[in-house]
Design a protein around this ligand. Structure first.
Ligand SMILES: [Zn+2]
Length: 301
């Protein structure tokens, strides 16, 4: 698909769903104009990029996550290393769907390069009898630029999670996978009977890399207690699930693994080279999945 076609497809999708957006500057409704821009009633204007994603940041922000990190994470995702996690998340969503659901609106808050959202959406489309609209949001333009090469039933946006450009109660699911949260915004945007699915690293996540990079320092210790408590203060925690599995990673993936994780940021070049020199590496993937609902909605049942 040419860039132009893809831009027009996305612009049509945006027009169809323009109601889900609000202006990130003044919170007024927006409309799609000339299949090219989102414009609010105060004339704040946000143009579609050539690739068809939309940048809704009111001012540019720098992040520590660069293009290489996202490219590496995409390689690791597309090679199936996250599959058991993606399967678990999709199962949770399918169980939650009501028979009368015709359209699921799904927001991935902090979607990075978009692989997780694309994979989850694919599984939902294959297994559920309803339509699905995916919306991926990340503060990194580099991440969204890569994501926008993906499937066309998804709207990709550069935006600030602290000031999300979406109207209230729009989403049936909000995913937040290995990414910072903004609970008041999640609460505002979630439908009353919707579900937040937050994934955090478990205590054994990439323990083999931790052991090498943080040998004899307390950074190798890892606790989720505070994160779970904070989540539970904002949402009714309906389940905690643990997803742990081991993989053998061949050399060609090791560099991508090291690049995609902030774990290596504080490590010396010598330690990084030591890891990269392995023909194979046994790696533990360990995640904690938190399922949350709005407190009132859940307790009235
Ligand atoms: Zn505005």
């Amino acid at each position: 698909m040419s860039e132009n076609n893809s831009k027009i497809t996305i612009a049509r999708l945006l027009s169809e769903y323009e109601d889900i957006f609000i202006c990130p500057i003044c919170s007024n409704p927006v409309e799609v104009v000339n299949l090219r821009s989102l414009i609010c009633s105060n004339r704040h204007c946000f143009d579609l990029s050539k690739r068809g994603y939309i940048n809704l940041l009111s001012h540019p922000l720098q992040t520590k996550y660069d293009k290489k990190l996202f490219e590496s994470r995409k390689v690791i995702s597309q090679s199936g290393f996250f599959s058991p996690l993606i399967t678990r998340i999709s199962e949770n969503m399918l169980e939650e769907l009501k028979p009368e659901s015709k359209l699921i609106k799904l927001l991935d808050a902090g979607c990075g390069e978009g692989s997780h959202l694309a994979d989850i959406q694919q599984r939902i489309i294959e297994q559920a009898q309803c339509d699905s609209l995916g919306v991926g949001v990340d503060i990194s333009k580099e991440g969204i630029n890569i994501a926008s090469k993906g499937p066309s039933r998804t709207i990709w946006c550069v935006a600030d999670l602290a000031n999300c450009p979406f109207a209230d109660k729009q989403f049936n699911f909000i995913l937040n996978i290995l990414s910072p949260s903004n609970y008041s915004e999640f609460h505002r945007m979630l439908a009353d009977d919707g579900m937040v699915i937050k994934v955090i690293p478990g205590s054994n996540y990439l323990q083999e890399l931790r052991a090498i990079f943080y040998k004899q320092t307390d950074k190798s210790e890892h606790s989720n207690e505070n994160t779970v408590e904070l989540f539970n203060r904002n949402f009714d925690l309906v389940a905690i699930q643990h997803v742990q599995y081991g993989v053998t990673m061949e050399n060609k993936y090791i560099e991508h693994l090291v690049r995609m994780t902030p774990l290596s940021w504080g490590a010396s070049e010598e330690l990084i080279q030591q890891v990269l020199g392995n023909d194979k590496l046994e790696v533990t993937f360990d995640f904690t999945v938190l399922l949350g609902k709005k407190m009132n909605a859940h307790r009235t049942n």
